[in-house]
Design a binder for this molecule. Structure first.
Ligand code: HEC
Ligand code: HEC
Ligand code: HEC
Ligand code: HEC
Length: 196
């Protein structure tokens, strides 16, 4: 209760306080202050703030019982259909339902999970996959897949043996693990390499 009161107080203070401008100084851009739709610059909602404060990272619950193992056993590579952007840029990306249906319009159509997917398609909805990896916003981490793929760092180094899992399980990467490898492989270790 106290936390809520303090948090609510901070929010009101943030929005009510007039900008401080001393003589001769140009007023600061209003966009630098929290807008009413954002709880604080680091936390979009009160829920986000409370979760970050207690270090809570809820386990992802996926809408479709997807199995990485079944697909890897069928010789699908990670970047073939589902995560091709990992080789090109910062984000690996999650596949859209359309990508799944390239195969599942004809493969395993009687499977109950595939029938769920067909129903999504008929309703014109996409599957809302929950994110598994990622850093809390307040850590201001910037990550980029492509340089790692170019340097032949295997996906499993950071994600574990996803090919033996059903839905992906999170491995928490600490800053120490990033830096240990960067030092060993002579990659950059300046703070701005990984933070904004
Ligand atoms: C390149 C083709 C291909 C793509 C793309 C693909 N799958 Fe599959 N999927 C398969 C094959 C092959 C099987 C195995 C079918 C079998 O054993 O009868 C399979 C099996 C499945 C099954 C049944 C799993 C089980 O436990 O037996 C589910 C559910 C599934 N896929 C979901 C998905 C979802 C969700 C996506 C998109 C994120 C996707 N698939 C993308 C080829 C594909
Ligand atoms: C050096 C470590 C590292 C390597 C190697 C790596 N990843 Fe990642 N991956 C990450 C990190 C860190 C994130 C979270 C990034 C973020 O939040 O911007 C991530 C996120 C992802 C996501 C998004 C997951 C989600 O829950 O939203 C996918 C998919 C993914 N990686 C696939 C791959 C694939 C495929 C490969 C190999 C081609 C790969 N990654 C190699 C570290 C790595
Ligand atoms: C297993 C080794 C390894 C791990 C673990 C690793 N990296 Fe890297 N990283 C590399 C290599 C190798 C490069 C490529 C360096 C180059 O191209 O000169 C790289 C490049 C980068 C770049 C691009 C740097 C540039 O100069 O453009 C960023 C950003 C980065 N890593 C962030 C991270 C973060 C954040 C983590 C932890 C979540 C991480 N890395 C974990 C090996 C690793
Ligand atoms: C190779 C990548 C990399 C480099 C270089 C790096 N960091 Fe980090 N840092 C990270 C990652 C990834 C995290 C998030 C780890 C986590 O969530 O457990 C992090 C977390 C942090 C945090 C904690 C933030 C929070 O809110 O939890 C601080 C503070 C920090 N870094 C400061 C620095 C400083 C200062 C430097 C330069 C001396 C630096 N980092 C260099 C990758 C890096």
């Amino acid at each position: 209760m106290l936390l809520l009161a303090v948090a609510a107080g901070w929010r009101m203070w943030g929005t009510v306080l007039p900008p401080t401008v001393s003589e001769g100084e140009t007023p600061r851009q209003p966009s630098a202050r929290p807008t009413p739709s954002v709880f604080t610059p680091a936390h979009r909602t009160l829920g986000d703030a409370v979760e970050a404060f207690f270090g809570i990272r809820p386990e992802a619950v996926q809408p479709i019982a997807f199995s990485h193992r079944v697909h890897v056993e069928n010789d699908l590579g990670c970047t073939d259909y589902c995560h091709p952007h990992a080789t090109e840029g910062p984000q690996a990306g999650l596949p859209s339902l359309r990508t799944c249906m390239l195969c599942h319009a004809t493969i395993a159509t009687e499977h109950p999970e595939i029938q769920k997917m067909t129903a999504y398609e008929e309703r014109g909805e996409d599957v809302t996959w929950q994110r598994v990896f990622g850093f809390v916003r307040s850590a201001h981490v910037r990550f980029n897949h492509a340089p790692h793929v170019r340097a032949d760092v295997a996906c499993a180094t950071c994600h574990g043996d996803v090919g033996s899992q059903t839905v992906a399980q999170r491995l928490d990467l600490t800053m120490g693990q990033c830096i240990d490898c960067h030092e060993a492989q002579q990659a950059a270790i300046e703070c701005v390499t990984c933070h904004f």
